[in-house]
Ligand binder design. Structure first.
Ligand code: TYD
Ligand code: MG
Length: 449
């Protein structure tokens, strides 16, 4: 008999004794007892599996099912792997159901229907959405059901190409004494569908809701159980949606796809850089085009900064889509290494389009935007900027310089401003070399009158 375990229903932290406050996430009264695992319930591989030579085992991994949506396939590592369990995590309203309905419709075939299990919406609601998206087809089967066992029963006579469970938090596993959405239920439900995926060789996608505050019972608890964790991100008020993998047993986690939420559902953005720069105000002080690398592809984004005199004792520092601590550090470096003063100014930084980027190569663009706004002088309009800034104010080279320059060239930029020392590779564009942050002044144009 294993010792009883307790775990935090907020973050999944496990402890051998009950805690009033979680020592991992700080939540109060979040600890619940975890029943001992059901016998055989956590065994992934069916008993009786034989050892196989590694050279032969690899063959089964390459087989993939394409979803027909290029971005989704790419983020998955080249399509869905039969028998895999995928978790699609995202905030309510971001478009998870929309994306999966489109994926399910693409995979549905006469012999191999796609099954969309909905515990949140009625069959009518899902059908109406499918019709509006233009993806309603007889091979896309809707199953409004919240019992995992009932779903498994319905699937027995079918050979589905895909099973979508929307959402894992609405489902219950029979015989488990816990409410839907509780950590115990979520784990047990996921284990049932994992069994289905492994034994029937069907890809199963679970939808999991998360909130801004963090992972509610769901994604965090399931990370170790599933093969792939996809996250779908977007900001309220913006059309842009980002799909990326947080874990992928069958591919890299570097890939990323951009979608736009339209009246006709999600449309993949084929040229993200052009799309993100569409509304750019060329020649406005505080606006800089940065070349980031997200996933495997370079991405041009507009960085905006606003530096304005503050009426507050403690001026505001607000970064949207960029790390706040990194902004504070850049301001300190700029104060120290250039003549700029920010201590009585409010400072706002925004990555346009609602993306959140954490790449160090953005430093230089953020610094340039801050200096440009502070001086009220626009940056040269023909230049794209990338580079990391060190604590001493030095501009440091970043990876993938050649690809960044190529993307900037493709979007019509005439030069790139980056570290003076950036390797031997010839670039697609001439480099405006920068040794130190104060060299950014050479990119500022004269004040507009
Ligand atoms: P939904 O897929 O229901 O989100 P989730 O399953 O992640 O909670 O989509 C949420 C929003 O998307 C909804 O508020 C309306 C919007 N939407 C569109 O703009 N166009 C569409 O074609 C669809 C289906 C939804
Ligand atoms: Mg939904």
């Amino acid at each position: 008999m294993p010792a009883e375990l307790y775990f935090c229903s907020e973050c999944g932290y496990e402890s051998h004794k009950w805690l009033g406050r979680c020592s991992a996430c700080g939540a109060w009264n979040s600890f619940v007892a975890q029943p001992p695992p059901a016998r055989g319930g956590s065994a992934v591989v069916p008993r009786g599996a034989e050892p196989v030579p590694i050279t032969e085992a690899a063959a089964s991994l390459v087989e993939r099912v394409l979803t027909g949506i290029e971005g989704t396939d790419r983020v998955l590592g080249g399509g869905l792997v039969p028998g895999s369990l995928v978790l699609l995590a995202g905030e309510p309203g971001v478009g998870k159901s929309t994306l999966l309905l489109q994926v399910a419709a693409a995979l549905a075939g006469p012999e191999t229907p796609a099954v969309y299990v909905s515990g949140e919406e009625s069959a009518q609601q899902v059908a109406l959405r499918a019709r509006r998206l233009g993806v309603a087809a007889p091979d896309l089967l809707l199953l409004p059901e919240t019992s995992a066992e009932a779903v498994l029963g319905h699937l027995e006579g079918l050979t589905p190409s895909l099973v979508v469970v929307d959402s894992v938090q609405t489902m219950v596993a029979e015989g488990v004494e816990a409410v839907a959405g509780s950590p115990t239920q979520v784990r047990q439900v996921a284990a049932r569908f994992q069994q289905l995926a492994k034994t029937r060789g069907v890809p199963v996608i679970l939808v999991g809701h998360v909130t801004k505050e963090g992972m509610i019972a769901g994604p965090k608890l399931l990370e170790h159980l599933v093969d792939v964790v996809l996250s779908f991100e977007g900001e309220p008020g913006h059309d842009v949606r980002l799909l990326r993998a947080g874990k992928n047993r069958f591919g890299t986690v570097a890939e990323l796809a951009l979608f736009a939420m339209t009246d006709n559902g999600l449309e993949q953005v084929r040229n993200p850089s052009a799309w993100l720069l569409e509304d750019r105000q060329v020649g406005a002080p505080g606006s800089v085009v940065a070349v980031a690398v997200e996933g495997t592809a370079p991405l041009l984004v507009e960085v905006q900064a606003l530096v304005s005199s503050s009426a507050l004792g403690t001026p505001r520092r607000v970064a949207d889509g960029f790390d706040n601590a990194r902004l504070a550090l850049l301001l300190a470096v700029l104060e120290r290494r250039t003549g700029a003063r920010f201590n009585d100014s409010d400072v706002y930084v925004n990555i346009v389009g609602g993306l959140t980027l954490r790449e160090p190569a953005l430093d230089l663009a953020v610094a340039a935007a801050l200096l440009s706004s502070a001086a009220d002088r626009p940056l040269a309009g023909d230049v794209a900027v990338f580079g990391e800034i060190g604590l001493l104010g030095e501009v440091r080279a970043v990876s993938r310089t050649a690809e960044r320059a190529r993307e900037a060239a493709a979007l019509g930029f005439a030069r790139v401003a980056t570290a003076a020392r950036n390797g031997a590779t010839p670039l697609a564009l001439p480099v405006h070399p920068l040794e130190r942050v104060d060299d950014l002044a050479t990119l500022l144009e004269s004040k507009r009158t």
